[in-house]
Design a protein. Structure first.
Length: 428
């Protein structure tokens, strides 16, 4: 035995110079790097220029990075929670889209509901793909870490784009209608200003986002942080526009409801049918006002949570500070977007539901959303027409005797059904 040991020492003069498997793994995990190409397997080049497993996923065991840890469990649980909320948002937006197609299959109702549905569905798809990757440690699909990151980046870009388009579509519609009503202008343009702005914004957003994301994939991951900052600023602008338009629209709905209430009180004796129609119209205006107020309040809170969570997520991801805080901020960020989409669908659902009920109750006289009118005049035709025919109707109520109750109802109902673009310039 002693001769064998001495022979081994003779053949290997420096026995301690050969590293063990653990030492080789530790040395490989601390290998210096400058780009992703300097690392092997699923390793990435970390903040301190060392090859290691990706910080966001929580895997261990470089270079394969397929060993589950407590951080990986946190990722799986939070991703499942995000997928659950996204599924609820997809169901709500899909039901709203089906109702819009059945009742009002064109105009900004349809475009906004489609954007909400596609945004929530994209979020669900991204969560499902990532859950497959994280639960199988990349052994099923996609096997490559770079491919998974590219898929996640692409899905996040589509999700953010659709959400921003939906928020701007609804918020700018409110702003455009309020401005048109204050200027007493006709609305035959059918939201062309809003559509033009959205087209220009979509082109600028697409070009800027593609440039930053391509630089992120080819040059450095820090460009993804810049794209996140751009997304946060754009989301804040969308939230401000949504809240401002919603508050102004609530004022318009309130004034329309009060005018309808006054008209009903003035025509109760001479024309009970006309008074009943005015009361029902005032009730619909109040319903829209309540839905608008709840929608922009929810959207405002979600926008504030989104902005704060984006800042925290960017700091945690860029400097690799805390894995748990990173994913908690990501959960708040994603869920705030889904709740915001649900608030938009809530407004659309209430307005379409009110439209459907108004068609059933007043199919002959109260054509509030007639299919021959532009979509914006269908939404709030009663608002503008009350202002158009208010003085004319009051004069008619005071001058026509009680014997002409039927003629009075017809004369008072006609301006109510007249859209703004058909009114006379003097009455406008």
């Amino acid at each position: 035995a002693s001769s064998i040991g001495s022979a081994a020492q003779a053949t290997e003069p420096f026995p301690s110079s050969r590293p063990s498997m653990t030492q080789r793994v530790e040395w490989r995990a601390q290998a210096p790097c400058h780009t992703l190409a300097d690392c092997t397997g699923r390793e990435v080049c970390t903040l301190n220029n060392r090859c290691d497993c990706p910080f966001a996923h929580g895997f261990a065991g470089p270079p394969a990075c397929d060993i589950f840890t407590a951080e990986t469990t946190v990722v799986m649980v939070i991703n499942l929670l995000e997928a659950f909320v996204a599924t609820i948002a997809t169901f709500i937006s899909s039901m709203t889209l089906l109702m819009v197609i059945r009742v009002h299959p064109k105009g900004f109702f349809l475009s906004c509901s489609i954007s909400c549905t596609m945004a929530s569905a994209t979020g669900v798809s991204a969560n499902i793909i990532y859950q497959i990757f994280i639960s199988t440690a990349g052994d099923f699909w996609p096997r490559d870490q770079v491919v998974q990151d590219n898929i996640n980046t692409f899905m996040t870009f589509i999700h953010a784009t659709l959400y921003i388009c939906a928020a701007l579509n609804l918020g700018l519609m409110w702003v455009e209608f309020v401005v048109a009503s204050q200027r007493a202008e006709h609305i035959a343009t059918n939201l062309r200003t809003t559509a033009s702005f959205l087209y220009v914004f979509a082109v600028v957003w697409f070009v800027a986002s593609c440039l930053l994301l391509v630089l992120c994939l080819l040059v450095d991951l820090y460009f993804f942080a810049l794209w996140g900052i751009l997304t946060t600023i754009t989301g804040a602008i969308c939230t401000v526009v949504y809240i401002a338009g919603g508050r102004a629209m609530c004022g318009v709905f309130d004034r329309a409801a009060r005018r309808c209430q006054q008209s009903a009180s003035q025509g109760t004796i001479d024309s009970p049918s006309f008074a009943a129609a005015e009361l029902q119209k005032a009730h619909r205006m109040r319903l829209r006002c309540q839905a608008t107020r709840r929608s922009y309040l929810i959207n405002g809170w979600c926008g504030a949570i989104y902005a704060c969570a984006s800042v925290v997520w960017s700091a945690m991801y860029t400097f690799e500070l805390s894995h748990t805080v990173l994913w908690l901020s990501n959960c708040f960020l994603r869920c705030s977007v889904y709740f915001s989409l649900c608030s938009m669908c809530f407004w659309l659902f209430v307005c379409v539901l009110v439209e459907e009920s108004s068609r059933g109750l007043h199919a002959g006289t109260d054509n509030l959303f007639g299919r021959s009118r532009p979509s914006l005049s269908r939404l709030v035709s009663a608002i503008g027409t009350v202002a158009v025919g208010d003085s004319r109707r009051n004069a008619t109520v005071q001058s026509v005797p009680a014997a002409g109750a039927t003629q009075l109802a017809e004369a008072a109902t006609a301006p109510q059904c007249m859209p703004l673009e058909e009114a006379e310039p003097s009455s406008q």
